[in-house]
Ligand binder design. Structure first.
Ligand SMILES: [Zn+2]
Length: 190
């Protein structure tokens, strides 16, 4: 009779462990850079929390609901947290942005990536050879996502969280979408 040795499926490989550590460091540095207290507070209902950054002053944007007795006029907007910073002092002059615009900006960004798929695939294939475990991990993940992707018409939460680090907003006219691999894509707004 043979004795079957217990297996150890919980062991994650070294590469994965390194990638996780680097991702935790990235989040910490990101939160520190933009003065974000809670980096993990983005939710399904509020995917942009902690990810919309002011292009003027580098502060994070906060979500506000503009209520109206008329439901059709109810709007969700994001505006710079420095807008009314100190009493008597002029706050940040960046304009607010409608959250519908942010959803659309992601759709446009993703479709722009697909249109330039060959370029990005090449870039991420290079990333697979990086010395940095997180770059290798993200490159692999991005290749997987892009491989069979089709253009999207609606916002996709999973895609958004997988690829977007931040959206830097300028006067409601321009958004620079920063991907988790460091790529920046400019989105114009009509
Ligand atoms: Zn600002």
């Amino acid at each position: 009779m043979y004795y079957v040795e217990e297996s150890h499926p919980a062991i994650i490989d070294k590469d994965m462990w390194q990638a996780v550590q680097l991702e935790l460091e990235r989040r910490k540095a990101f939160a520190k850079k933009y003065g974000i207290k809670k980096i993990y507070y983005a939710t399904v209902k509020n995917p942009f929390a902690g990810r919309v950054i002011c292009g003027y002053c580098g502060s994070v944007f906060g979500r506000k609901v503009w209520n109206s007795t008329d439901e059709r006029l109810r709007r969700v907007i994001w505006r710079c947290n420095n807008k009314y910073k100190v009493k008597g002092k002029k706050g940040c002059e960046n304009k607010h942005i409608d959250d519908k615009v942010l959803y659309q900006a992601f759709v446009n960004t993703f479709n722009a990536i697909l249109e330039n798929k060959a370029y990005f695939m090449e870039k991420w294939k290079e990333g697979l050879k990086s010395d940095n475990a997180l770059v290798r991990y993200k490159s692999k993940q991005f290749i997987e996502i892009l491989k069979n992707a089709k253009p999207i018409e609606k916002f996709d939460m999973d895609l958004f969280f997988s690829i977007v680090e931040k959206m830097v907003v300028f006067d409601g006219k321009k958004i620079i979408v920063g991907l988790l691999d460091g790529t920046e894509i400019e989105v114009g707004i009509e």
